[in-house]
Ligand binder design. Structure first.
Ligand SMILES: [Zn+2]
Length: 56
């Protein structure tokens, strides 16, 4: 019997912006001087939170 090869699993390319997490940390600025208040995570706009690089 011939040995069957498993079909190659094509992993979706990870989004380079969020590195597959679907979230990106952004710096929060406050006040007119734009003082850095901290960081918060937000939806990655590159992959829209899916963590996969858009194929287009
Ligand atoms: Zn992303």
């Amino acid at each position: 019997m011939a040995t069957r090869r498993k079909p190659a699993v094509t992993e979706p390319a990870k989004c380079p912006v969020c590195k597959g997490s679907g979230e990106v940390s952004r710096t929060v600025h406050v006040g007119r001087k734009g003082r850095v208040a901290g960081e918060q995570t937000g939806l990655c706009l590159n992959c829209l939170g899916s963590g996969e690089a858009p194929s287009t």
